[in-house]
Design a protein around this ligand. Sequence first.
Ligand code: UTP
Length: 287
Amino acid sequence: MKIRKAVIVAAGLGTRMLPASKVIPKEILPVIDTPAIQLVVEEAVASGIEEIIVVVAPGRTKVIEHFQPAEELERHLEERGKHDILEIVRRPNKLARFTIAEQAKPLGLGHAVLQARDAVGDEPFAVMLPDDIFDCPRPCLGQLIEAAVAREAPVVALLRVAHSEIPKYGIVAAKTAGERLFELTGMVEKPRVEEAPSDLAIMGRYVLTPDIFELLAEGKPGKGGEIQLTDALMALAARRKLYGYEFEGIRYDLGDRAGFIAAQVGFGLKRPDLAPRLREYLKSIVS
Ligand code: UTP
């Protein structure tokens, strides 16, 4: 199994990040100084991905513009000899090959993934939600790909969550299948705590096989009138073995206000140019 393509879904309304996401797609909102989607593309490339398919809402092309040359800006920086900044500006253009797929209406995550069907074709592929940003010793997607290749099977990212967080996520029923690896036997989208089969939640990284597309195409709107990826995953698990991998690392939820702030602090404390001042500031406000 070789995973060459990744689908990044970026066609949601981002209502939890309004008003910031009214004009600026939330995927462009930064973690410190880098748009979230660039971090996701960098993770994909570090995991061996060669082609990125970005699913966008019609006309919301800003997400893609970030990976295209900015001629005037680049000329300006070149003329002034600002080569270090020029390198930073040009970096996204060289990361990968990009294809755009459009989702005409935000009919759910499953529906968004389905729009990438032609671009993906008949090969296993990754799905990445740019809301989820990871700080991992090895790229989160790379960890999943390793597990998927070893088992020749689809794998989703899993994280143990606090009980109070369970109703926010897709929660799996699972049995242990190896180190950090689980065979999935069921899943429930946003359950009540009492109904949850475990505390293992699905996070926004998946390695999928192309048979998921026909299951998505057959899918009926579920919770909230949307075509859920979880429903298709359940149908997939009935056909073939589906695994979950409890990745090693930290995850930030950028689609949520508190998660967005946590990411700025977490990544800020890792930056040598920012950490001392940030640490000092944090100390001054908590004491
Ligand atoms: P979310 O569940 O965070 O939905 O989507 P959302 O619309 O983006 O945000 P809120 O809940 O209104 O604040 C998870 C990922 O799936 C994509 C989003 O862009 C996000 O990256 N998505 C979701 C789509 O591309 N299309 C959809 O119809 C729904």
